[in-house]
Ligand binder design. Structure first.
Ligand code: CTP
Length: 422
């Protein structure tokens, strides 16, 4: 799999002849699976055009702090928050100076100041400018602030002078990005199985019984696990969502198909069963469409129970070390979840109350859940489904860090503020 699948990079291109190398960097990042958004400073746009940057990144280019269009599409705060890594290449002496001094007077410098993400800079300037005490002071400050500097190379400059100041090649910046992101992939080397969406159980060849699950929560969890570096297999029922980038996605319809796909995906280090699997299926769906008979009563459907996939995974000989289920309840979510945890033999349950009118969960982009383990109930505040996914992955990482391969429920409390004893 390409090295940067599921990763997103915000590339800030400032003014300098080396900006042409950034076009190659965008191409290489995309080729390796990363999604790339770009900010072009006024100086940068003197060297490369917004059109070529947009064409290569396949996203609009952001240039202006006060552009109503840019801000309404993706504001500078969101730009700075959605990337896994911000790369400034080339980083001019001027932009480095602004960064070191907290100046925010254009989109690039404001985005950098507003960011809570790791920042990597690839300086590019004339050797005299690089050697000046002012620049070196700024570089020292940035290093102390935690900015990752990829030092410029020695060689002949575009201006004809020779010395240190050339921006390193795009392939070398790519390598630094890969190394950096690999080190920040805590689930690298872990495999994860995720189920998502509803199942459709046929009544006859044209009709089925389904449910309201949109798959948004399960897909968000698969994406968040992949972003954390896990190798993810997603088994999904029929949904109208695109397959998550960098996730091996298997499409199924019925509970039986979902069970087969899940058992095929074992062994796996962890499993998250977020699918709303139909509890029952029609015992013997007819081969042909059922027809209305004039004057006769509606047909009676004869049901039989579907396999419980979560319980099967929990008791499998290749049981994942951590098995997480969901519990969609319309009343007493906590109590029902605790009972389900024991009955199904999983380690954690994410319980959510569904069907209440003030907070509909099915199809919504939000969720309010409780993480239930054998020893704790941890109420999370209302969050977007992406945030629930990120928080769950954080709890998984915490658990793995605290326990190694052992099971220890208390490690799930990554967010003690919300913990309440059972
Ligand atoms: N689940 C499963 N296979 C089934 C039914 C449920 O894997 N046949 C999993 C779901 O993916 C979820 C958990 O079991 O992780 C609980 O699902 P839920 O529908 O809340 O529970 P049910 O077992 O269906 O119990 P009930 O409908 O009685 O609440």
């Amino acid at each position: 799999m390409p090295s940067l699948v599921g990763k997103s990079v915000l590339l800030i291109i400032s003014g300098g002849i080396a900006a042409y190398k950034s076009l190659e960097l965008i191409r290489l990042l995309r080729k390796n699976g990363a999604s790339v958004r770009c900010v072009l400073t006024k100086g940068g746009s003197e060297f490369v055009t917004p059109l070529s940057v947009a064409a290569l990144s396949e996203h609009p280019v952001y240039t202006d702090l006060f552009s109503l269009k840019d801000e309404s599409e993706m504001g500078h705060i969101r730009l700075s928050r959605e990337a896994d890594l911000i790369v400034v290449a080339p980083a001019s002496a001027n932009l480095l100076s602004k960064m070191a001094n907290g100046i925010a007077d254009d989109l690039a410098s404001t985005t950098l100041l507003a960011s809570n993400k790791p920042i990597m800079v690839a300086p590019a300037m004339n050797p005299e400018m690089w050697a000046k005490p002012a620049t070196q002071r700024n570089i020292d400050t940035l290093r102390k602030d935690g900015v990752y500097i990829v030092d410029p190379a020695h060689g002949e400059m575009a201006c004809g002078e020779t010395g240190r100041g050339r921006m390193i090649e795009a392939t070398e910046i790519l390598q630094s990005i890969e190394n950096f992101l690999e080190a920040s992939s805590p689930l690298s080397g872990f495999s994860a199985l995720v189920t998502s969406g509803p199942t459709y159980e046929p009544i006859d060849p044209v009709r089925f019984i389904g449910n309201r699950s949109s798959g948004k929560q399960g897909h968000a969890i698969a994406t968040a696990l992949a972003r954390a570096g896990a190798t993810v297999t997603l088994v999904t029922g029929p949904v109208s969502l695109p397959d998550p980038v960098g996730v091996q996605t298997i499409h199924v319809e019925t509970a039986h198909e979902m069970r087969d796909a899940c058992l095929n995906a074992l062994p796996s280090d962890l499993a998250v069963c977020a699918a709303a699997v139909a509890d029952w299926r029609v015992k013997a769906p007819p081969e042909h469409k059922m027809k209305k008979q004039a004057g006769s009563a509606p047909p009676a459907l004869n049901f039989t129970e579907n396999p419980d996939i979560l319980a099967m995974i929990s008791s499998h000989q290749n049981r994942p070390k951590l098995v997480i289920g969901f519990a969609a309840e319309t009343e007493n979510a906590r109590t029902a979840a605790q009972e389900k945890l024991i009955r199904k033999g999983c380690d954690w349950i994410i319980a959510n109350q569904v069907g209440i009118t003030e907070f509909p969960v099915f199809g919504s982009d939000h969720n309010q859940v409780t993480l239930v383990t054998r020893s704790i109930c941890d109420d999370w505040p209302p969050l977007s489904k992406q945030e629930v996914a990120t928080r769950l992955v954080d709890a998984i990482i915490n658990h793995i860090k605290n326990t190694g391969s052992d099971q220890n429920d208390n490690a799930a409390t990554g967010h003690p503020n919300f913990s309440t004893a059972v």
